[in-house]
Design a protein around this ligand. Sequence first.
Ligand SMILES: [Zn+2]
Length: 343
Amino acid sequence: MSEQESSSPKEEIIIASSASEEAPAPEVKTEAAETSHSHPDLSEKVKGAATAADLLSEIVQMAEDDFIPWEEVTLPSQGVYYGDRLPGGLVRVKAMGIHADKILATQRLAQTGQSIDYLFKHCVQLTDGFDAKDLLSGDRIFLLYVLRGITHGNIYEFIMKCPNCETSSMQSYDLNELADTITGPDPSIGEEPFKVILPYMSEVLDRNVWVRVRLLRGKDVSQMANRQKFSKRVRAGTVGRKRPSRDIVIDQTITENLALVITGFGGDGAEGEVHDESKIKALVDRMHAKDTATIRGFLRDNAPGIDTMIEVECPECSFEYRADLPITESFFRPAGDQQPGRA
Ligand SMILES: [Zn+2]
């Protein structure tokens, strides 16, 4: 990867690379957030253009990358679970261009989750040969918010429906706050696939029995999406619908795909390790809820990523609740540019 002129300190690898905490905060307005973002200065290149025709021809001769420059971010995983394929978890991203509009125009893309792959293809630069589908699910969600932040600013406005009084209201969230929720890799849990002891089965068998568990990748999620029409993150047009909490969504996802994340089985005093898929499926079917809960809890606590659960207060009835930050159409638009009449 090429050297970057802006090697920002780790705390700054955030969602919108605007304002650090100490710096005098710009007005929390989309415009402010956008202008505080480092735009390239291309004035030199068009200095000689005297006519509109000259100007336009200068513009179209410039490379797309000159207009929307790449910048570096560090993934929550810090690259730890990719072997040496993504050193330090450093990737390059650039603001969304016309591709975001294409996603909005194509509901089918949004509903299958393919839109994310499409967006990543244009706006995320990985190392050679690294497929974005191989990124951890948590890294992908992080990137999605980064792209939103660098494109339309860190202030994200969306409509939420209060679970108490059912009134829909406009909520606003500063995406920079997500930087404080990052779960990084934990070297103390060993290498993937991780060994997780099954408490119930170990008790009844009177010896330690364990499974090997791996983290969810993008390709797992899109496979699920295709199989179950499981479009949990990008759901164009379902703004404000009552939705389950993030933990419930994750738990369901893992339960339904437990056999997918379990790659091996073994026990103390028993030689070797079993990797046979159909045998692991049979094991999962016999698992006690205590054991499946242990696996879910392990993944929830240790999977790198960001926590998108937010506190919301209903302006109508003052009811306070926690909800998952939704990805609605406004995710791909600047604040204040909502489609009228949608809610
Ligand atoms: Zn309410």
